[in-house]
Design a protein around this ligand. Structure first.
Ligand code: MG
Length: 370
């Protein structure tokens, strides 16, 4: 399985409604798609989704594409695609940081491996331990009435878990938002909040205590990603479980979080962990430390979602479900049959490789022209 051709494609796909968070408001998600073709003509695909420039982390679609075109593609041509672990290690040596860029390549290698063997990637990861993953829908910051209407509409479609983006406004306003959503969806729907690093320690403590009456499952990334002591302090001071997202990219981050204590849940994302193997390594550290895992997203198409889903299906520590709702929020997709949802869950994919078939005419439709 010698890699013959490496293509890096920039694309932008609008979202169905503005997606406002503490750090940016999205009108479109910026993508880099990676297409690997072996000399035998087998094709594998990967994806890096970025939220409007280097906002969520240091990487942007532009930096991902430049890194891959100049420093990865020339090296990858002529390499044996079956050696995913060896290629992962060498790629990490050639490209420091830049995990979104590396993840897009690693996903495509797994897609090739599964297709070559005619099995879904989760089979290569040890087999799936679940056949569906409970799905969280993210409510971005909107007008109070719009948020309530969206939550009600989603409940009618079977959604049972919501995550509210917070910290774009003062605490009192976030508390009022959560109160109204809880009132609208009733006591049996799960609610979570994600501050995306938007609070400092005292604000986080004040906010989480004020939110306690509304029965939150967890509070995600209340403070800056570097503030592991802050996460630990907050986690020990409140009853609501704390989840680390931006603080936890690598297995080394996971280990440091576990050692600092206070955090109960780690959010897995293939992009921040440079691919499937990195995300699974984080999951194993979580398992060893007695923490739970959740599969987050960067609002991927069905392609990236399918890759994340392989991990959500195969990794036993993923006990908190996922938020693989990207294909439901994006106005377009790049595959023939999008990933499927039912009864508030995303369903397993059992086709070969990542389990979705990329349609290159769809990719062309969204490809950036300039
Ligand atoms: Mg998050």
């Amino acid at each position: 399985m010698i890699i013959g051709d490496v293509r890096v494609i920039r694309a932008d796909i609008p979202v169905a409604r503005p997606h406002a968070m503490s750090f940016t408001t999205l009108e479109a998600v910026n993508f880099v798609f990676v297409r690997l073709e072996t000399r035998d003509g087998l094709v594998g695909w990967g994806e890096a989704a970025c939220l409007g420039g280097p906002t969520w982390s240091e990487e942007s679609a532009e930096s991902v594409a430049a890194t891959l075109e100049r420093y990865v593609a020339p090296w990858l041509r002529g390499r044996d695609a079956t050696g995913i672990e060896a290629l992962r290690i060498e790629m990490a040596r050639r490209v420091q940081g830049n995990p979104f860029a590396r993840a897009a390549v690693e996903m495509a290698l797994w897609d090739l491996a599964g297709r070559a063997l005619g099995v879904p990637v989760h089979r290569l990861l040890g087999g799936r331990v679940r056949d569906r993953v409970p799905l969280s829908w993210s409510l971005a910051v909107a007008s109070p009435d719009a948020e309530v209407a969206e939550a009600r509409a989603r409940v009618a479609l079977g959604h049972r878990i919501f995550k509210l983006k917070t910290a774009a406004h003062p605490v009192a306003r976030d508390v009022e938002r959560v109160r109204r959503i809880r009132e609208a969806v009733g006591p049996d729907v799960a609610l979570r909040v994600d501050a995306n690093q938007g609070w400092d320690r005292p604000t986080a403590l004040r906010a989480i205590r004020a939110l306690e009456p509304y029965g939150l499952d967890f509070v995600e990334q209340p403070v800056a990603r570097w503030d592991l002591e802050g996460l630990a302090h907050i986690g020990r001071s409140v009853a609501v479980p704390i989840m680390a997202d931006e603080s936890c990219f690598t297995p080394q981050d996971a280990l440091a979080i576990a050692r600092a204590g206070g955090v109960s849940i780690l959010a897995l994302k293939l992009t921040k962990s440079a691919g499937i193997l990195g995300a699974l390594a984080v999951a194993r550290v979580a398992e060893a430390a007695g923490l739970g895992c959740y599969v987050g997203c960067m609002i991927e198409t069905s392609l990236g979602t399918a890759a994340y889903l392989q991990v959500a299906l195969a990794a036993a520590p993923v006990t908190w479900g996922c938020e693989l709702f990207g294909p439901l929020l994006l106005r377009g997709d790049v595959v023939r049959q999008p990933v499927r949802y039912a009864d508030g869950a995303i369903l397993a994919l059992d086709g070969p490789g990542l389990g979705v078939e990329v349609d290159e005419t769809f990719v062309k439709e969204w490809t950036r022209r300039a």
